[in-house]
Each structure stands twice: as C-alpha cells, then as structure tokens.
Design a protein around this ligand. Structure first.
Ligand code: DCP
Ligand code: MG
Ligand code: MG
Length: 474
C-alpha cells in the first residue's frame, strides 16, 4: 500500500529551503498565498438580498497585460541529465532522504511520481536510477541562470517563484511587436490554445496580443534550450494565476495560451479547490469543513461563510481566484532577503550531533555567502522538536552577527565557521535545554538582514572624510 506523504510539510520544507525569502515561522498556507499568487481583494460580494452569497463577477475584463509563466521540466532531474547526458534515456529519480522529490519523464512513464516514497517508486520501476538531490548548489545555479536570461533578454519584470518557475511580464514587448506588425491581423498562436473550440468574443485586441505573447514565449523556451540546454513549459495569459494554471496543461517541453473567454472553463476543469496555487493543506481542510470541495463550490459558496473563517481579504482573494481573477503585478525579484540551509533527519538527541550538523550547514552557507557578495547582520537558528502531538512545530531564535565577523566578511574573509558557531550555540542554548533529553528532527540556519558591501566601506570612507569637528575631535 502506498504511504501517505504529508505533502504540505514537504512543500513547506522545500519553500523554506529554496525560496529563501520567508521571514520567520509561517504556520499557515497564507505565507505562499499572500506573497505569490493570490490577488488583493477587489470587491466585497453582496447579493441583492444582502446575504453576501452571490458569486463574484465571472471574469476579469482587463486584458491589458501579457504574462508568461515558465516552469522547468523535472527540474532537479534535468540538471542531473545535463551533467550526465547518459541518464537521459534511463528512468531517473532524485532522492532526498527516503523520498523521490522529482523524476525524469522516462521514470514517469513507469508510474513514478514526484514526492513518492523511494520504496513505492522502486516497486513501480525496479530499474530506477537514483541520484542524490541533497546538495542544492547546482540546482540553485541553474535557477539563477534561467532568471538572468529571462531578465536580460525579454523583460526586466521577472518574478521568481521557488527554484524552477518565473513569471515574466512581457506587456511592453508585446505592445512594441503588435505596433510593428501593423495591419497584419491574423497572427498565429504558437503551441497549444486552451479550449480552442470555446467561442471568444472580446474586441480589446487581446487575441492578437496573446498570439504575440505565445510567439515570444516560444522564443524564450528556444533561448533557454540554446543557451542553457534546459527545457520547460510556458503558460501565456493576462494574469499570473491563469498563466501558471494554463502552462500546466501540456507537459513537458510545451506551451499553452489562454484566450480571454476560456478562463471559466480552465478554472472549472481543475476540479478541486486545492488546485488553486496558495490553497494548501490547512486552508483546504477549513474549506472542506464548510462543504467546499471544488472550485465550483468556491465560486458559489456564501461569501459571509468564507469571510467568517478566513477574514475579508483572504475570502475575497480566494473567491477572485476561483474565477481566474488576479490583479497582482509581477514584482521584480531582487536578491534573496535571506539565505538558509537546513537538514532534516529522524533524530538528533545530543549536543555533539547538533553541533556537527550546524557546522555543516554553516560551511555550505559561507560558500554561498562568498558568491553573494553582501554582508548578513543577523543569524537565525530554527529547530524542529519531535513531539507526538505537534509533529511539525518549529521554533526559532535569532541574534546579531558580531561586528568582528561582519568586518571580516566585508574584507572578503570567509573562514568564519568557528566564529559563527559561537553565536549559534548561544541560540541553541535558548531553544534546547541540553540538560534534559531532547529529540530534534530538523535544524535550519539562516543568514538575513543583508547589507551591501559598499555600504560598510562607504561608511568608513564617510567617517574618515568627515571634517574633524564631526569626529568629536574639536
Ligand atoms: N522540489 C522539492 N521538494 C518539493 C517540491 C519540489 O525538492 N516538495 C524540487 C524538485 C523539483 C523542483 O523543486 O525538481 C521543481 O518542482 P516542480 O514541482 O516544478 O517539479 P519538476 O520541475 O521536478 O517537474 P515538472 O516537470 O512536473 O515541473
Ligand atoms: Mg517544474
Ligand atoms: Mg515548479
């Protein structure tokens, strides 16, 4: 019998480790909901009888933006296949602990799935080749290269989501191309059109715009293949939510365009409300308690019920999303706000073991810090303590990194594990009473509160160039 994986926990671990911009502990799915896809509330829906029970407006009439969502194919597996092309024809699984976090499409044909237990995957495909996916360095590098290429060649408005996804706002490029195309009215849509048979009547020029968008998306995928040897899927639509959802329609290495008028069909075709990005395990449980299972249920549920459980903002964004409405902008991804690495395990019950694990995490973080070029001012330690009742409870403590250490980083010295260990041990002491037995299942070390290197040297410059009076020497 297949094991049941707590996908929610996995997703969270993955987001914590990979997105690197979460700030502290996030208990709810709200973290991803608010920061990624769900639009801000644009209305409060009140029915004629005043009972807040009517559905939202059925669609968004503003089609002025063109958004492409790019999701790389079997990302970790693809990076391994680029490193070792012989793996391309073999069923390949990427293993983290006892889980296959992803697998190539050859393995998928045998029934191996993402986030499957290793034992189940081996049953489906005994000849499955396994590669460890514990070291994220190469995946991180490819992830950066992809975002850089999209930013430098297509639009400065690129928003990274996790490791292998990017939203690209190509509105400006599309407008330019449409203008240049003049009177040429029939432009071919590249790749698939979602539900091509649905009658679409919108005269704002959006069909031509989406066709141009699909051609640009095809070019993006071609450039990724040429320049980095990597393939992915693209979804083209007028908002982020729909671009992401439509891109999943034809996988792998393909693209799908949504034409205005088909969004209702797309949303309903997804079925379960959980398919809306951002609606995770715990939120879904609350929806189920309200009797809301499908996206159609979410569209027609009494708004007052949603509002009671989730609050006005969340209820509105959720309702908007169920209709494919999303006004959130593509917000340019800057350098990560924090940099973290974590290790999860069955049990860590001694200080020596914990020290060893923290040391390992620091080493890898310091390597990344060297490439990053900025100076972190804060370090945060998170542990997950085992408890049979609260399986996933994490606790964190953070502290300042001593100036003696930040000064060294500013000078390009990174041999600092011992110094940072001292800070971590103080934090560890606050989190865990080592005099009593303890049982940890995860340790996460996070560097945050970054300062540009120049700021520190500029500060020094300023100090030395100040008139003497200001330096208190008058
Ligand atoms: N990942 C992970 N743990 C998770 C989810 C994902 O380590 N819980 C990693 C492995 C994936 C990568 O993130 O390769 C991207 O996730 P996707 O969901 O996009 O999956 P893939 O890119 O692997 O496959 P697909 O072709 O279906 O997009
Ligand atoms: Mg992917
Ligand atoms: Mg993805």
């Amino acid at each position: 019998m297949a094991h049941e994986i707590d996908e929610y926990e996995m997703k969270r671990c993955w987001q914590d480790a990979n997105q690197e911009d979460s700030d502290g502990e996030q208990d709810e799915d709200w973290s991803s909901l608010n920061s990624t896809l769900l639009p801000s509330p644009s209305f409060k829906n009140v029915g004629p009888d005043g009972n807040n029970s009517l559905p939202a407006p059925a669609e968004e009439s503003d089609h002025s933006r063109t958004i492409v969502h790019v999701d790389l194919d079997c990302f970790y597996a693809q990076v391994e296949m680029i490193k070792n092309p012989e793996l391309r024809t073999q069923p390949l699984g990427i293993q983290q602990k006892n889980i296959i976090v992803t697998c190539n499409y050859v393995a998928r044909r045998f029934g191996v799935k993402k986030l499957m237990y290793l034992s189940d995957a081996k049953k489906k495909c005994p000849q499955l080749i396994l590669v460890s996916g514990e070291d994220l360095t190469h995946y991180r590098e490819y992830s950066e290269k992809v975002t850089d290429l999209l930013q430098s060649e297509f639009s400065s408005l690129v928003e990274k989501l996790g490791f292998d996804e990017n939203f690209v706002d190509i509105t400006a490029l599309v407008e330019k191309t449409v203008k240049a195309s003049g009177q040429q009215s029939q432009l071919e849509v590249k790749g698939h059109i979602f539900a091509p048979d649905v009658e679409k009547a919108c005269y704002c020029g959006c069909h031509k715009q989406m066709a141009v968008g699909s051609q640009i998306a095809a070019k993006m995928r071609e450039r990724l293949r040429e320049s980095l040897g990597i393939t992915g899927c693209a979804g083209i639509a007028w908002n982020k939510l729909l671009a992401k959802l439509v891109g999943e329609q034809n996988k792998p290495n393909d693209q799908t365009t949504l034409l205005p008028g088909s969004e209702g069909k797309l949303m309903l075709s997804l079925g379960n409300a959980r398919r809306i990005p951002g609606i995770g395990h715990s939120m879904n449980k609350k929806l189920e308690a309200l009797g809301i299972i499908t996206i159609a249920d979410l569209q027609t549920a009494a708004f007052s019920d949603l509002e009671k459980v989730f609050g006005l903002q969340a209820a509105s964004t959720m309702r908007n999303s169920s209709f494919g409405i999303d006004k959130t902008p593509v917000s340019k991804t800057g350098p990560p706000k924090s940099m973290s690495d974590e290790d999860s395990f069955k049990s860590c019950t001694s200080l020596i073991d914990a020290k060893e694990r923290m040391y390992g995490l620091l080493k890898s973080l310091l390597g990344r810090l060297e490439k990053d070029g900025r100076i972190p001012l804060t370090v945060r330690l998170t542990v997950r303590k085992y408890s049979s009742t609260q399986k996933w409870l994490r606790e964190s403590r953070q502290g300042q990194i001593p100036t003696a250490v930040t000064d060294k980083i500013a000078k390009g010295i990174f041999d600092l594990s011992d110094h940072l260990m001292e800070v971590l041990l103080v934090l560890f002491d606050k989190l865990v009473d080592v005099k009593k037995p303890f049982h940890l299942t995860l340790i996460n070390v996070c560097l945050a509160n970054f300062q540009a290197k120049s700021t520190q040297s500029e500060r020094l410059d300023r100090y030395f160039s100040k008139p003497k009076r200001q330096q208190g020497q008058c």
